[in-house]
Design a protein around this ligand. Structure first.
Ligand SMILES: [Zn+2]
Length: 299
């Protein structure tokens, strides 16, 4: 590569995004690269790896693993001393957790994991939006709860728990998030919110889940993520979905408005990964456990 070009590339300021192809603006001496998912690997090489997420789950090929046990949750319901703040980070709406730890263990996981934040991926239309697919079917929205191992400080050892959302009746708990959208309409907006039970957002059936090993679905796409996907949906109404679609912008206040919708990465190749497993309903269950459920879309 031409040395001058190399220099220019080093000087550029990058912004990964979901839409479009590789867009290069050349304002010498700065090259601004706006790259969509198929180009993330240029700036973030791990995004071109062989254990990437999300994936399509072919339920015919899921292997039942009865050793995958129920989860043990702490702090999901008792919210004393838990703090929440909501932010628009330009890619999604994210609720950050601090204070008293919210943790989970069990579920075949190697240790205890602490919830760090949760966020959403959604479509501009209801026929898309989720990152993971089940038998090639999209869901209108997917919620990720990001946990990290208490044995490591590194975020790269995180675990994602994912919930599919189905269009259904209004979800009153979702309003505790949506009601703040006017305060976080643009990138970098953030505000503290009243703490609510994380458990209230989750489906009541937390026994059955899919498990596979993958990556973060955004750059830098680190491949050390244990994915747990609950099979039962969370309900959300079309009106509530529309608030996500219209109230949130991926740009800062002083820039032209761009919708934050369609913030999902396309599915990635399995590359020989066959370690998809499904928890069994015969697993022991109790009031103290959880997991991730993908939804059946009800419309
Ligand atoms: Zn996510």
């Amino acid at each position: 590569m031409d040395n001058a070009l190399k220099y220019l590339i080093q000087q550029r300021s990058n912004e990964w995004r979901y839409d479009g192809n590789l867009v290069i603006f050349l304002y010498a001496p700065i090259i601004i690269v706006l790259s969509g998912p198929t180009h993330w690997h240029i700036d973030y090489p791990v995004c071109g790896g062989h254990k990437q997420s999300p994936i399509n789950i072919n339920t015919e090929q899921v292997i039942l693993n009865k050793s995958l046990s129920s989860f043990v949750l702490t702090g999901y319901q008792n919210i004393t001393n838990v703090n929440m703040s909501i932010q628009n980070n330009g890619h999604t709406v994210e609720i950050d957790l601090s204070g008293e730890p919210i943790t989970l263990s069990g579920g075949g996981l190697p240790g205890t994991y602490k919830a760090l934040q949760f966020h959403f991926h959604w479509g501009s239309k209801s026929n898309r939006g989720s990152e993971h697919l089940i038998n090639q079917n999209h869901f209108p929205m997917e919620m990720h709860i990001v946990h990290y191992s208490t044995r490591y400080r590194s975020f790269s050892s995180a675990m994602n728990a994912t919930d599919g959302l189905a269009i259904g009746s209004r979800n009153p708990y979702m309003d505790k998030i949506i009601n703040h959208f006017a305060q976080i309409s643009h990138k970098n907006d953030h505000v503290k919110i009243a703490t609510f039970s994380l458990h209230s957002l989750l489906p009541d059936d937390l026994v059955t889940y899919y498990r596979y090993y993958g990556s973060l679905t955004t750059p830098p796409c680190f491949e050390s993520i244990i994915w747990t996907m609950f099979t039962k949906p969370i309900e959300i109404s079309e009106n509530q979905m529309n608030r996500f679609r219209t109230a949130l912008h991926s740009n800062a206040h002083n820039q032209a408005d761009r919708s934050e919708s369609d913030d999902f990465r396309p599915v990635q190749q399995l590359n020989g990964r066959v370690n998809l497993r499904r928890g069994s309903n015969s697993d022991k269950f109790g009031t103290n456990f959880i997991n991730v459920y993908m939804a059946q879309q009800t419309k």
